[in-house]
Design a protein around this ligand. Structure first.
Ligand code: TXA
Ligand code: MG
Length: 539
């Protein structure tokens, strides 16, 4: 147990004595919790292995998880990093001081305790005035978030007090943190810069400066057991409250329905939604369309759930755009990647013979807010250069149909259409793959707010795509009209168009298996033909 000094550090001028005290403790090898614009940090002299060791003890942190070195002046970077590439300077120019951490090759003077034994080191210049002043009056500071390892990072003095009293030499009260989630971490030690942890500086912003930026797989996905972590921090359990959280995919209406028929005792929702859950312990984290407010609130909300004693919590699913990526990165981990599907909006199959004018119908549906998934496009993607699917085709139709990653379409066609069996083989390979991809894209679009997802597939029934659909619309048209459309669309003769039409099914093949039919003869109003569908599924 340490005797923990409490310091007041709200204002650089008024509170200068307490700030000096903090700096002095740090110069003497002590550990101090300091406010930053992201989260509170637990700081020590970055160049003193002895001092840094105390941080790991106080947090109960695994020794191989490296720390971030905080600086207050750009020139200090040269005492920490062995190389400072142009890209680092550009990033610093644009985003420092601020919530961005850059990983660079390390100088030997930085002790292994700070870098977790790695040859690289993380550097950040915070924008918080108090943090800056403390660094200025002491030295570059190694500082992880000031929570006990495995708990949500502290975003208020109350959180720091709860976690670090008796563990740190001093804790500084600087009020609530602005950003609320830890800094963005990017490594420049790889060929292409890679985002390791999303934060207040967004992926979009990083790309605007660097062009290409990869995103580490672990940002929105759980780490596989045998996977190597790009950043050691990714492999540890993180941000885990006592409550078991499950994230419900779906909009507010779907969420309310899902939650209220479940036996959960807690709800994590957006501000203004609280009153929909009369019998639950409700905690909010920001507003639905403001990722910044969600980031600011998230960690406090997680602690609040535990304070209220919630055990089984359903959470709203935030957007992954902008700072939303950082919110989702933390929330998904807090929920141990448990998701449930509350979406009630439909996946709609759209099919019909060639020339019937499915295109008009899909355009209309798109104008109503539907996501349109074009299966012809997926088929093209599957056979594009270097598509992994080419390997499957090659295995079944001969290795010589793929050369340097490029499919010889003519050769494949000559083999696939040689017999009925071969043609069926091709379909049995392509169809399930296409439908699986379509289904995944459709669900994804629904999670992101589409009013419905439409699988536009001429061969919907043949590929058994109707099985993943909630309802099916077929589009048919009189033969003369189809003939005219096909000739015009594909610039072919009447004979060619007829031969194409003749291998197709009769209209009844489609209409008998569909829930809705549009007769697109150029006279009927599509809107009117679809009004029953719209009333049933899009209201
Ligand atoms: O906003 C923040 O970054 C806060 C405040 C206090 O500045 N600090 C913070 O530190 O979040 P910490 O230790 O909780 O997170 C540092 C992350 C860890 O995930 C760690 O694995 C990663 O950065 N990291 C540090 N050095 C690294 C390196 N050389 N290579 C890869 N990842 C590194
Ligand atoms: Mg941390």
């Amino acid at each position: 147990m340490r005797n923990t000094l409490k310091l007041k550090t709200f204002d650089v001028n008024n509170d200068i004595e307490d700030i000096k005290t903090a700096a002095k403790i740090l110069r003497n090898g002590g550990i101090v919790a300091i406010p930053t614009e992201t989260v509170y940090g637990l700081a020590a002299d970055a160049f003193s292995g002895e001092a840094v060791k105390k941080i790991f003890e106080a947090k109960g942190r695994p020794q191989d998880n490296p720390l971030i070195v905080h600086i207050s002046d750009f020139s200090q970077i040269y005492s920490i990093a062995r190389e400072v590439p142009e890209s680092a300077k550009k990033l610093a120019d644009k985003f420092w001081p601020g919530p961005l951490t850059i990983i660079l090759p390390k100088r030997p003077e930085v002790p292994d305790e700070t870098s977790g034994g790695l040859d690289t080191v993380a550097v950040r210049m915070p924008s918080h005035k108090i943090a800056n002043k403390i660094i200025e009056l002491s030295c570059p500071l190694a500082a992880p978030s000031a929570n006990i390892s495995g708990f949500p990072s502290p975003t208020s003095f109350e959180h720091v007090e709860a976690d670090m009293t008796g563990r740190a030499d001093a804790i500084c009260d600087g009020g609530d943190c602005d950003v609320g989630v830890e800094s963005t971490v990017i490594t420049l030690a790889t060929k292409v810069p890679m985002l390791l942890r999303p934060g207040g500086v967004t992926l979009e912003q990083l790309k605007s400066v660097l062009g290409e930026v990869d995103v580490a797989q672990a940002v929105l996905n759980p780490m596989g057991k045998d996977e190597k972590a790009e950043s050691p921090g990714m492999k540890y359990k993180h941000y885990s409250p006592d409550a078991q959280i499950q994230i419900v995919r779906g909009n507010l209406t779907e969420f309310i329905e899902y939650v209220n028929k479940s036996d959960c005792d807690g709800v994590l929702c957006f501000e203004g939604e609280e009153n929909n859950f009369p019998d639950k312990k409700v905690v909010t984290f920001g507003t639905e369309n403001d990722s910044l407010s969600q980031a600011q609130r998230l960690f406090d909300a997680l602690r609040e759930l535990d304070e209220k004693g919630a055990k089984n919590v359903f959470s709203r699913s935030p957007s992954t755009q902008g700072v939303g990526l950082a919110v989702c990165n933390r929330l998904y981990r807090a929920a141990a990647f448990r998701f449930v599907d509350g979406v009630k909006r439909p996946i709609v199959g759209l099919t019909g013979p060639t020339g019937a004018g499915k295109g008009y119908v899909s355009q209309y549906l798109e104008s109503l807010g539907c996501y349109i998934c074009d299966t012809d496009k997926i088929a093209r993607e599957l056979t594009e250069e270097n598509s992994p699917f080419l390997g499957i085709l090659a295995k079944n139709f001969g290795e010589d149909i793929v050369n340097d990653g490029v499919l010889d379409r003519k050769l494949l066609a000559s083999r696939a259409f040689a017999s009925k069996e071969k043609q069926e083989l091709l379909n049995s390979l392509m169809h399930p793959e296409i439908i699986a991809i379509a289904n995944e894209r459709c669900r994804h679009a629904l999670y992101n707010g589409a009013v419905a997802s439409v699988i536009d597939a001429p061969l919907l029934f043949e590929a058994e795509g109707d099985k993943v659909c909630d309802t099916v619309i077929s589009v048919v048209a009189p033969k003369e009209i189809r003939l005219e459309r096909i000739m015009k669309r594909d610039s072919i003769t009447e004979e060619q168009a007829l031969s194409r039409m003749n291998v197709q099914h009769e209209d009844s093949f489609y209409t008998e298996k569909s829930d809705f039919t549009v007769v697109n003869d150029g006279k009927t109003d599509i809107k009117e033909s679809l009004s029953d569908f719209v009333n049933k599924y899009l209201r």
